[in-house]
Design a protein around this ligand. Structure first.
Ligand code: GDP
Ligand code: MG
Length: 215
């Protein structure tokens, strides 16, 4: 996996958001390292982790950002959202309050993230069937109303973790490649260095379509 990590067709920044304790860090470690940690400790030092996947024969490098526990203090800075083309908005299916707070997280995204950001609502801890507090149908209907994609996952037993990341990266990729198809030769309107938006290739690296990275 360490080999040729610099070879990719697209680089997508995806942020993890949601209340503290819902399993964001474990979703990230499950997807990028296939690890799970039972202890609840806030992320220290790690800003993001990466993993590359193939979609339609293209290599998509996902750069997935995790909070360092700032969500606890509602102190996530706009730098966290800058350049993000996707967001996994995570709640805990066994803790209703974390689901109620999804609306607040959507407002936070509206205020800080690119308006075209692809959002997936993720009900994590699906293994806790006996403690379920959020019905699947209710969350699914909420997601449809807000035009979000939706999935339930378990970082503990790995259910749907791959699928969740795969689906959001594929969704982003399709938006990006469609845009490139619509205007194959045209330059996008506006100044891409100020607001790259989804799907604008980074012109400083002509061989790579570095989507929206602005770190
Ligand atoms: P974060 O604060 O959102 O980053 O949440 P963490 O990843 O630190 O997880 C918080 C707690 O929930 C830890 O004790 C984890 O072991 C636990 N946890 C995370 N994901 C799952 C899951 O899918 N199922 C269960 N049962 N526990 C989980
Ligand atoms: Mg965490």
């Amino acid at each position: 996996m360490a080999s040729r990590d610099d070879e990719y067709d697209y680089l997508f920044k995806v942020v993890l958001i949601g209340d503290s304790g819902v399993g964001k860090s474990n979703l990230l470690s499950r997807f990028t390292r296939n690890e799970f940690n039972l202890e609840s400790k806030s992320t220290i030092g790690v800003e993001f982790a990466t993993r590359s996947i193939k979609v339609d024969g293209k290599t998509i490098k996902a750069q997935i950002w995790d909070t360092a526990g700032q969500e606890r203090y509602r102190a996530i800075t706009s730098a966290y959202y800058r350049g993000a083309v996707g967001a996994l908005l995570v709640y805990d299916i066994a803790k209703h309050l974390t689901y109620e707070n999804v609306e607040r997280w959507l407002r936070e995204l509206r205020d800080h993230a690119d308006q075209n950001i692809v959002i997936m609502l993720v009900g994590n801890k699906s293994d806790l069937r006996h403690l379920r507090a959020v019905p699947t149908d209710e969350a699914k209907a909420f997601a449809e109303r807000h035009r979000l994609s939706f999935i339930e996952t378990s970082a503990l037993d790995s259910t749907n973790v791959e699928t969740a990341f795969h689906n959001i990266l594929t969704e982003i990729y399709h938006i990006v490649s469609q845009k490139n198809l619509v205007h194959p030769d045209e330059k996008p309107p506006g100044n891409p260095t100020i607001n790259p938006g989804i799907g604008m290739p980074d012109e400083s690296t002509p061989n790579k379509k570095q989507c929206c990275q602005n770190l």
